[in-house]
Design a protein around this ligand. Structure first.
Ligand code: ZN
Length: 269
């Protein structure tokens, strides 16, 4: 699932490829990914415009379209998906759901394999974030320790459930929640109110550190530090630090991987 580091990597990719070129055509292969718009609506909003700038909030990417209307293309990648820029149709990726044709002769494909992605036109990004009731982006500079404490204080939910809930903090999914909790030595089922102040501080700094590192590694787990758990999140995976077989547990109907030696469950406070 594309999480904050994956979407940020795609945003940087889009910035380095498909900007400032006139959009000549928009071909919609699968209407299922369109949200609150139609094929005609999407074409009207895009054709003869261009991608002028990009931003991101959590797992959502927004592309400013310039022009008088000052609208944005909003992209969410669902369970899996991405963007591919190419100059020759033989290089077109499989499962392309929308293809943008530029007047330059190049193309950008939006793909999402299980069609669970979302493509929409947005008038106001802040309003959209409000309407979706998204928490602050996990790497927002305004999300400092004090703001993080305001979000977590007094919560009785499991720490992993809190990290996954986009209404609290936006951008973290199953993979990075596991990595953050492993690096912070916190068991995924620990209730927030069982964590002491020092652990909360450590959890916050670890969250920022893990997400920044993943962005620097362009969300490629094979480039992550050797001490990271992400590459070992599978049935036979072992802890990269102590070699213990990773344990699994369900949290928020997702599978959490953790090291049973390093991440012990705190007693509830
Ligand atoms: Zn271990």
């Amino acid at each position: 699932v594309p999480e904050l580091p994956d979407v940020e990597t795609m945003r940087q990719y889009l910035e380095s490829t498909a900007m400032y070129q006139e959009i000549a055509r928009v071909q919609v292969v699968s209407k299922q990914v369109l949200c609150e718009t139609t094929v005609e609506g999407l074409r009207d909003g895009l054709v003869r415009g261009s991608f002028e700038s990009t931003c991101r909030h959590g797992k959502y990417m927004f592309v400013a379209l310039g022009g008088e209307e000052d609208r944005f293309l909003g992209l969410h990648f669902g369970m899996t998906g991405g963007l591919t820029y190419f100059g020759d149709l033989v290089d077109e990726p499989e499962y392309g759901q929308i293809r943008f044709h530029f007047a330059s002769g190049n193309y950008l494909a939006y793909h999402s394999i299980r069609k669970l992605g979302e493509v929409r036109l947005i008038d106001d990004v802040e309003q959209f974030v409000d309407d979706k009731d998204l928490g602050p982006d996990a790497l927002d500079p305004d999300l400092d320790l004090a703001a993080f404490k305001r979000i977590v204080t007094g919560r009785r939910v499991m720490v992993k459930a809190l990290l996954l809930d986009q209404h609290n903090i936006a951008g973290i999914g199953n993979v990075y929640a596991d990595e953050i909790l492993f690096q912070a030595d916190v068991h995924p089922r620990t209730k927030i109110n069982a964590l002491d102040g020092e652990t909360i501080d450590h959890l916050f700094s670890t969250m920022s550190e893990v997400l920044r590192t993943a962005v620097e590694c362009q969300a490629q787990p094979e480039r992550f530090p050797d001490s990271y758990i992400t590459a070992y999140r599978h049935e036979e995976g072992r802890c990269p630090e102590c070699g213990t077989k990773l344990a699994r547990v369900r949290v928020s109907s997702r599978t959490a991987y953790y090291c049973p030696v390093r991440q012990r469950k705190e007693q509830e406070g």
